[in-house]
Write a protein that binds this ligand. Sequence first.
Ligand SMILES: [Zn+2]
Length: 272
Amino acid sequence: MLKFLSSTLLIGLFGTFVSQSKPTNITASATAAALPQGSAAAIMARKQVPILCYHQIRDWRPKDSKTSKDYIIPIAAFKAHMKMLADSGYHTILPDQLYDYLTKGTALPSKPIMLTFDDTDLDQFEVARPEMKKYGFKGVFFIMTVSIGKTTRHYMSAEQIKQLSDEGNVIAAHTYDHHSFKKFQGKDWEIQLDKPTKKLEGITGKPIKYFAFPFGLWNAENLPQLHKRGFKLAFQLSEKRDPQDPLMTVRRILDSGYWTVKNLSNSIRHSF
Ligand SMILES: [Zn+2]
């Protein structure tokens, strides 16, 4: 399963990764005040908060492909990147804060940033968690429920997911088995969204309100299904947002395994 998931994930994500250096529109948030609060146009007019996306956090192995190294950040690089964020005065925010900022203009801490982790990799608990704790950082963990407890395959257990939640991180949905959202139909809504959400709510004892698209892929016609189920925000990768539905197409960039501290710092400033 891990092998299968990794290779499909990497191929799927690569297309979106190459486009992430494209300039994006940043409009002064003052414009938002003139628009109806919470409207799509008002949300689009607010400056985007930088959001980083991580998968595996481990040292490269000889068999890792050139492409996969975009999704595997070496441990020393991850530590250096977290230190840079702390030294530069960034403050991590969580999805509830982002939602209130986007819909109501609620103030955020200075230099806000969001750290997100996809696919349930055990490195996120063993490596990222202690490193983030050093700086008081919190993150968002998008869990693919099929992987829960497959610890021999280097995925997190239900207990570890619960601990992340108890410690103030946010647990969020990332389907059952990484099936593309664009292809959801019929029973998929139950299998890929409803059941995983229930499972994660059972583990954490908290409502699950946020979702990340597998491979970052979404289509506008399926977005109403997320609203219908009460999701407040959904996260893609670095493609343009849907101007009609920016809450369900929040942008993130991959912190590539190839990136230096300088690359990351530049990307944060220019990609959002
Ligand atoms: Zn994923």
